[in-house]
Design a protein. Sequence first.
Length: 66
Amino acid sequence: MAKSEKRRPYKDGFYLEVHHSGNPEPVLIHRESEMEILQAKRVYELNKRVHYIGEVRDGKLLTVEL
């Protein structure tokens, strides 16, 4: 995760890190539902490196592998 994202609290939902080839800092992707994050993961995996972070509920990170 990029340094700026670590400092602020996360909204409830699901998160992915998307790594672009030319940029060392990943982009954080947020979706409200598990189905939406699975669709986003499939789309981004075609051209980029993707890392599933997990689900945030009540401000706490629940990591579950997809």
